[in-house]
Design a protein around this ligand. Structure first.
Ligand code: DQA
Length: 150
């Protein structure tokens, strides 16, 4: 069975309360329930974890190596400047899908740049909480395909 890790970065614990016009009214608990439900439907194992701290996210990514088959990562604001998170993704050699709830390209210019995008398998932005489910589906298909090719 494939095992995936979903990481919510800084301030994503406040989704539902935080700027609902941008991030939607659904709270993080409900988003997490939907992720867990989709994981069950896909027949995959999924851990969901949140941290506001850059170093903790680096630690978690490092630990993911050997434990998980892939990672869904919403690095929040760290997306735009954390070389430490980018280097951790590059180091672990796991497929990572970058997710953003909002359409970062329709917002302030500083959100247009992702320093993690070049080391991720791909990314989803602007599709709200559904982006997490789509990322999980994409990773499941990717890992199934890699296994078939082996
Ligand atoms: C975000 C977009 C980031 O620019 C922002 O700093 C966030 C959330 C998103 O999910 O849309 O915290 O990653």
């Amino acid at each position: 069975m494939s095992r995936f890790l979903v990481i919510h970065g800084p301030n994503l614990n406040l989704v539902g309360i935080r700027e609902p016009g941008i991030y939607g009214a659904m709270g993080i608990q409900e988003i997490n329930q939907r992720i867990a439900q989709r994981a069950e439907e896909l027949g995959v194992d999924c851990e969901i974890w949140q941290s506001n701290h850059e170093g903790e996210i680096v630690d978690k990514l490092q630990q993911a190596r050997g434990t998980y088959d892939g990672v869904v990562l919403n690095a929040g604001a760290y997306t735009h400047y954390s070389i430490a998170i980018r280097d951790a993704i590059a180091a672990i050699c796991l497929p990572v899908v970058e997710v953003h709830i909002s359409n970062v390209h329709a917002r302030e210019e500083f959100r247009h740049r992702s320093v993690i995008a070049p080391v991720c398998l791909g990314g989803i932005f602007g599709l709200g909480w559904r982006g997490y489910l789509l990322a999980l589906e994409a990773l499941t298909a990717e890992i199934d395909e890699r296994r078939m090719e082996q």
